[in-house]
Write a protein that binds this ligand. Structure first.
Ligand code: NAD
Ligand code: TDX
Length: 339
């Protein structure tokens, strides 16, 4: 059944993917009312949404506040929820796991309860390929791969996924779950691999590569993730899971060298550092189901996507330079200082 959502609650809409999704909606579904609920943690940034000010409603709040969520659902006649709100960084989950359970598990439960009690007709949980664990040199994650999360972050996301599943089976709620591979693109917080390497290279600072640099990630441009999410929101089958990926595997060291080459910076900036504890070796998504059943396919090649992304970081230095002071500087010293 196609879902013609008219009023969408976007949680975590001031973060990297959430904000890109709000841009995508404004452009492709101008008639949809958008309500953004975001706590504005270190990763949330209202400045990102400034170019479309007036085209969405913004509420600062925590997804764990079920009363607030229920109120928003009634006030705005919400007929769809898409949940981006999360603690999203693996390294931070190693430094302090508790908030990952609070936001990613308890927060998702609070949203599910609010949606169930207020009879919201559609709920999309934005999940990740990391719930499947780690692959060896061959094979792909399919929707049937067992959940074997290895970090506190991925464990919290997997916990949320099984809660979402249970709401479909027990309460017959109309839920869909997506599991996407690593995203890159404009507005990504500079703690994640690609923007961190771009920013450090531009400032001639060392580029910290974990372990042997040969861990493999499967990269998808954020706009392609957003088009897949809208497709699943509107046409995904209730209760189903959809993997999202662009068939673009790369070893971290190759990504880092690529960034340096594009910026005309020397490879001597690369610094191999102590590995991430429990570091997953390889992620690779089999996206055949969403391609076959919903006709989605990515539009960016990595070639065009990485050039566009680097150009964006060059043109928007103010956005990330402001972030790299204050709380971020303290995190960076804790994460990389003694490595
Ligand atoms: P992000 O860290 O950039 O943004 C998270 C947003 O959620 C921020 O705006 C933050 O303020 C908000 N938030 C955090 N806790 C909140 C709370 N308790 N209540 C309300 N808002 C809160 O994350 P992202 O990279 O944009 O990821 C978005 C979602 O996509 C996450 O659920 C993540 O697990 C998933 N995902 C990310 C990737 C990736 O490569 N970045 C890939 C697959 C899936
Ligand atoms: O400084 C670094 N050096 C380094 O070698 C950082 C920050 C990362 N890495 C490596 C670790 C990973 O193998 O690069 C790879 C990518 O790291 P992250 O950008 O931290 O992403 P990852 O851990 O793969 O998780 C991301 O993809 C799945 C997102 O952060 C998650 O939110 C998403 O669910």
């Amino acid at each position: 059944m196609a879902h013609d959502v008219k009023s969408l609650l976007v949680t975590g809409g001031a973060g990297f993917i959430g904000a890109n999704f709000v841009f995508h909606l404004v452009k492709h579904r101008p008639g949809v009312k958008i309500v953004v609920l975001d706590k504005l943690t270190y990763a949330g940034n209202l400045e990102t949404l400034k170019p479309i000010e007036g085209k969405f409603h913004f509420v600062r709040g925590d997804i764990q506040n079920q009363e607030l969520v229920e109120h928003l659902v009634s006030e705005h006649k919400i007929d769809g929820v898409i949940n981006f709100a999360a603690e999203s960084h693996v390294d931070r989950s190693i430094l302090g796991p508790a908030i990952f359970v609070d936001t990613n598990v308890r927060g998702t439960l609070s949203l599910l309860e609010a949606a169930r009690l207020r009879k919201v007709p559609r709920f999309l949980q934005v999940s990740t390929d990391e719930v499947y664990g780690s692959l060896g040199a061959t094979g792909y994650f399919t929707e049937d791969t067992p959940l074997q999360p290895n970090s506190p972050y991925s464990a919290s996301k997997a916990s949320a996924d099984v809660l979402v599943r249970s709401y479909h089976h027990t309460f017959h709620m109309d839920v869909v779950t997506t599991r996407c591979s690593n995203n890159y693109g404009p507005y990504q917080f500079p703690e994640k691999l690609i923007p961190l390497m771009i920013a450090n290279a531009l400032e001639d600072k060392p580029l910290p590569v974990y372990g042997d640099g040969k861990n493999v990630r499967d990269w998808l441009h954020v706009e392609d993730h957003c088009s897949a999410l809208l497709t699943v929101l509107e046409r995904g089958k209730a209760g189903d899971v959809y993997n999202i990926g662009g068939h673009n595997e790369s070893a971290n060291i190759d990504i880092v060298k690529r960034v340096l080459k594009e910026l005309n910076k020397p490879e001597s900036l690369i610094k191999y550092v102590t590995d991430r504890p429990g570091h997953d070796r390889r992620y690779a998504i089999d996206a055949a189901k969403i391609e076959r059943e919903l006709g989605w396919k990515p539009s960016y090649t990595f070639e065009t996507g990485i050039k566009q992304t680097i150009a964006w970081y060059l043109d928007n230095k103010g956005w990330w330079e402001r972030i790299r002071t204050g709380e971020y500087a303290r995190y960076y010293a804790q994460q990389y200082g003694a490595r």
